[in-house]
Design a binder for this molecule. Structure first.
Ligand SMILES: [Zn+2]
Length: 280
């Protein structure tokens, strides 16, 4: 197929329109926003939604952070007074491969992270992602060991459902029972929540507040110029990302490239969410 020059010209034009839309909708990012990068699976087995990184790739990201003076801090500190090179590293769904592959590399580099286990799936195989393989979640002993090594644990619900579709009773169960389960297991207070698939509405937010959480994390900042402490945005690292992408995400400049990273993440997230909720 021969592409007409007009069609080729359309690509940068569409891209520019997308970028302007991003800027108008989400505003200019504030440099004081907490810097949070997220990973799902660290594995050499491909996954349909692209939410995995190879072990080698993860190691190169962690060594980049270490070499460039980035430090991991506690969530409390990052939300109250984030310093320029302080970051959070999230591990959504707390897969067993995080314990096996990511934990040794992070220990070696003196970094810690935030684990987000689904309380009803501890030690069980994942049921909501569609891929070539069912990934197992960390078991109780693995969570305890990483918690004792300085990793923070936050609640990611009981069942990893789209919480916008749940009734009031189920919302209470997802928020309070997951909190209690993790508190009993770790003997530590669980103060933070992360929405399954990053999806929430006002009812979901209220259920999280009423269950006694201090803040909650979503996938993105709805508005980049102000922090909603019950929908704090993050940037996810995907299989297609390089250290250059990581650098842009953490420095948030140049702004047009950060806009590109953010847009790219939103599009991939949309597809991976779709691959996770379709019934195959
Ligand atoms: Zn999740």
């Amino acid at each position: 197929m021969i592409l007409s020059p007009y069609l080729i010209l359309l690509i940068p034009v569409l891209y520019l329109i997308g970028w302007i839309y991003w800027f108008l909708k989400h505003k200019r990012p504030s440099l004081n926003m907490p810097r949070i990068i997220s990973f799902h699976k660290i594995s050499n087995t491909p996954e349909l939604g692209g939410t995995f990184n190879t072990v080698k790739q993860f190691e190169s990201f962690i060594r980049f952070l270490k070499m460039n003076g980035y430090k991991t801090a506690r969530i409390d500190k990052i939300l109250a007074e984030p310093e320029e090179k302080e970051i959070l590293i999230f591990f959504d769904d707390a897969y067993e491969n995080i314990y096996n592959e990511a934990f040794p590399i992070m220990k070696e580099c003196g970094l810690t992270g935030v684990l987000c286990p689904v309380a009803g799936y501890i030690g069980k195989k994942n049921l909501w992602d569609r891929g070539l393989k069912r990934f197992r979640h960390m078991n109780e002993n693995q969570l305890k060991e990483m918690s004792e090594a300085g990793f923070e644990i936050i609640s990611h619900s009981m069942s990893h459902s789209d919480m916008r579709r749940l009734n009031k009773e189920s919302l209470i169960k997802e928020t309070t029972e997951s909190k209690r389960t993790l508190e009993n297991l770790l003997n530590k207070k669980i103060d933070y929540f992360i929405y399954p698939f990053g999806l929430y509405n006002e009812n979901v937010k209220n259920a999280v507040k009423n269950a006694g959480y201090r803040a909650a994390f979503a996938s993105y900042n709805e508005k980049n110029d102000k922090i909603d402490s019950f929908a704090i945005g993050r940037n996810t690292m995907y299989i297609i990302d390089s250290k250059f992408d990581l650098k842009i995400i953490l420095e948030r400049k140049p702004l047009f490239l950060f806009g590109h990273e953010d847009q790219k993440g939103r599009i991939i997230n949309w597809f991976s969410r779709f691959s996770a909720v379709i019934k195959i």
